[in-house]
Write a protein that binds this ligand. Structure first.
Ligand code: GGG
Length: 325
């Protein structure tokens, strides 16, 4: 085993939860090597660039990347990093765990978010003082690709698919999206539901158990997955994978949480669960399952960080996960 993992803590609590996840990977003793990279607000202040070329090269030359959190420079850091691994699908599971107070304990959802376009294409301008615009890009190619990925993902897990959109208002762009979804579904002969994303937000809160895999345009996936985090006990529990054809980047769904950064109390579960996704993606299924099981046991029995009502530190929780490995 000689995988090289690029490790980019980023900003805020990224610098606490990423070292915690690396401790867990070290404890597995799988012979991984770690290539540390810098990015984010402080990197911008120190070097004049939020994402130095060296960090991008490191990501491109690694077998997978573990990223922490982006702060004010998110658009200059996380979007290009996702592009550097060629990722087109952002997979965000949102599950309620025994032992954690959840608004909806029956929640078990996976958001499959289009990761390359939509309103996150970065095409913004100030056309006149006080007048700004944003171009929303939706292509047939990217819409079909995320749909194929979402259908494959759901098929492997025997889950229903719901497609979130707002084609009644964004008629051309989401019109393209829903048309591409319908074409792919017809070609594959598969069933799915389409739902207006605003109505779906309410349905997810009232009856999340009715849903499985939710295929979304970029912004909808970002927003709806955070909504689902609220159902299961918070953003400290949501891992994610950014998958490309040949490379991938793994990160917690949460951001840099400047309100608690530096206090040593950030919940490392989302990042450690992201490493479980990374291990599975690298085909170390057994190691991935062990990490996931150790996190689940720790969530069930404690200790818990303050976001889950406990008083444990990031270190305490990480040590408890490692003990349970
Ligand atoms: N680890 C995820 C992160 O740093 N999130 C901050 C953020 O602004 N994310 C936007 C996105 O996920 O597209």
């Amino acid at each position: 085993m000689s995988e090289t993992i690029a490790v980019i803590p980023g900003d805020g609590i990224g610098r606490e939860v990423v070292p915690a996840a690396v401790r867990v990977l070290d404890a597995l003793d799988m012979g991984f090597s770690f290539a540390m990279g810098e990015a984010g607000d402080d990197t911008l202040a120190d070097t004049g660039e939020a994402l130095p070329d060296r960090t991008v090269e490191l990501v491109e030359n690694s077998d997978a990347t573990l990223f922490g959190a982006a702060g004010e420079t998110a658009a200059d850091v996380i979007l290009p990093l996702r592009a550097a691994v060629g990722s087109f699908a952002n997979v965000r599971p949102a599950r309620a765990y025994p032992g954690v107070d959840a608004v909806k304990p029956e929640t078990d959802l996976v958001f499959v978010r289009e990761n390359t376009e939509g309103v996150y294409s970065g095409i913004e301008s100030e056309v006149a003082p006080g007048v700004t615009t944003l171009t929303r890009v939706v292509t047939e190619e990217a819409s079909r690709r995320i749909t194929e990925f979402g259908f494959d993902y759901a098929e492997e897990r025997d889950e229903p698919v719901t497609v979130a959109h707002k084609a009644n208002v964004m008629r051309t762009t989401d019109g393209q999206f829903v048309e591409s979804v319908a074409d792919v579904a017809e070609e594959r002969g598969v069933e799915y539901d389409a739902a207006l994303m605003d109505a779906l937000a309410m349905q997810l809160i009232t009856q999340p158990e009715e849903y499985g895999v939710i295929v979304c345009p970029n912004l909808a996936g970002d927003v709806l997955s955070d909504l689902a985090a609220g159902l299961v006990g918070g953003l400290g529990l949501l891992p994610s994978a950014n998958i490309g054809p040949e490379n991938a980047l793994f990160e917690p769904v949460h951001g840099s949480a400047p309100d608690i950064a530096g206090e040593g109390v950030a919940n490392p579960a989302a990042t450690i669960l992201s490493t479980a996704m990374m291990l599975e993606h690298l085909e170390y299924e057994n190691a991935g399952s062990r990490v996931r099981a150790a996190v689940e046991k720790t969530l069930e029995e404690g200790p818990h960080t303050p976001d889950l009502g406990g008083s444990a530190t990031t270190e305490d929780v990480t040590s408890a996960v490692i003990e349970r490995l």
